[in-house]
Design a protein around this ligand. Structure first.
Ligand code: ZN
Length: 185
């Protein structure tokens, strides 16, 4: 698990670094609060997606399965600031399907790590290919990055969209378009 003592020390140094009095009333419990919060928001470091993706059941259908609007909260690894938004996943089963809540769980495993959005998109797609072994998968993430909007580089509310396609989604543009029209970004 996370080393909370290290985090506490680091947060104290951070506060001193910006010129704060780390011992003043409002801040004295902050290092411990942050340490406990980090244990939760970086809990994905100690989990693997297959814990969820291997809970499959048999299905004859090879029609597209879509789970859209999966809300996620992650942390940008460049600035340690939140980015958050929606994940949308489509896959074409090859004899097996997974409970829809398990896809959301897999998203959460990767969201709760220091991340960049492009990498997280690819990791979700690759984990589904590896463990569920469908004919293909496509993952779309749409997110607002606080490190951009809070610093005024971009306008608030603007979003970054990333996509990853694997298997038949790479070969058949028709499938990509069908999925994209369903999520209407
Ligand atoms: Zn950032």
């Amino acid at each position: 698990m996370v080393d909370k003592e290290k985090i506490r020390k680091a947060v104290r140094l951070l506060l001193e670094g910006i010129g704060e009095e780390a011992d003043r009333e409002g801040l004295k419990d902050t290092p411990d609060r942050v340490a406990r919060m980090y244990e939760e928001i970086f809990g994905g470091m100690y989990e693997e997606p297959e814990e969820h993706l291997l809970k499959t059941f048999t299905a004859d259908s090879s029609d597209m399965v879509v789970e859209k609007d999966i809300t996620f909260y992650s942390t940008c690894e460049h600035h340690l600031m939140p980015f958050y938004g929606k994940a949308h996943i489509a896959y074409i089963p090859d004899g097996k399907v997974v409970g829809l809540s398990k896809l959301a769980r897999a998203v959460e495993v990767y969201a709760r790590r220091p991340q960049i959005q492009e990498q997280m998109t690819a990791q979700i797609a690759d984990a589904i290919m590896e463990h569920l072994k469908p004919k293909g998968v496509m993952v779309v993430l749409s997110a607002e990055h606080m490190c951009m909007t809070m610093r005024g580089v971009k306008k608030p509310g603007s979003s970054t969209v990333t996509m990853a396609s694997r298997g038949v989604f790479l070969q058949e543009e028709r499938l990509q378009n069908q999925f994209l029209s369903m999520i209407r970004l």
